[in-house]
Write a protein that binds this ligand. Sequence first.
Ligand code: SAM
Length: 288
Amino acid sequence: MAINEKDIGERDIRLFQETISEYSDYDFSDYSANSLRRRLNRILDSYGSDFDRLIETIRTDEEALEEIVKKITVSTTELFRDPTIWQHIIQKVFPRFKLHSSINIWHSGCSTGQEVYSMMIALDQFGLLERANIYASDINSDVMKIAKKGDYRLRFNREYISNFNDVFSPGMSEATGQQFKTHEKYLKINESRDLIQMKEFLRSKPVYKKIDLVKDDNLFFLNFDIIMCRNVIIYFNYELQNKVLRLFHRSMRESGCLVLGLHESIIGPGTKYFQKQNNYYVRMKKDA
Ligand SMILES: C[S@@+](CC[C@H](N)C(=O)[O-])C[C@H]1O[C@@H](n2cnc3c(N)ncnc32)[C@H](O)[C@@H]1O
């Protein structure tokens, strides 16, 4: 019998968390229960399975466990997702680093890479790409393989081009005094193969690494000017959010900027060491 949404109770979620911790290196103990419940329901639907069988599978089938972990972590993303945030990054965040000889950027929870390509395109439009060092990480190594390849289905992603045009609009050109290059400089559209392909000069630039924000430290061992972590901490509980914010604070250069998702904000202890400015946060000197 397939279990339905309201049948997954707190005890089931705890059992799922404990089983994952016991049988793997992953730890979902501090993920938000609501988000876990939604994902577990989807998994049960797709496996046509019940909860007990799912737990048994986690205990006995290592490959299936990896697949389940990947299904728990939501990987939805798009090129220039939330175009207004990108306009803010361009207008408010980039100018802070315009005179820096190097700009270190970390995309934490980069998923299939569209955010990483968006950043590189935006940097290039402002002549900052050559000075930028781009690092990207995720808990899921499969999504990073897609990121490295830089090929996306055209049929599902036509809005990428309209997002691009929204960000680099005539209004933005006027506001920034900048003449923008069109999307052809950055990506190739192949209608017959149903592909959007990122150009090689973008694909070859980022360094990718598997980093689990629950248990890993900053494995790039660098301090960053910009950390992008959008639509990731929304899946974490308050304690884990604060732990991750402390990690970002100690991984940033003085006055570095942290960009979170549209529906994410810093509350609690993080407000003592990150100051909100517009749609992003600035690292304060104070120890986290
Ligand atoms: C919804 S996507 C966000 C992608 C992109 N940042 C954006 O906003 O479009 C969330 C990403 O966070 C990753 N993620 C979830 N838990 C994580 C963890 N503990 N450590 C690192 N990445 C994690 C997922 O694998 C997924 O790729």
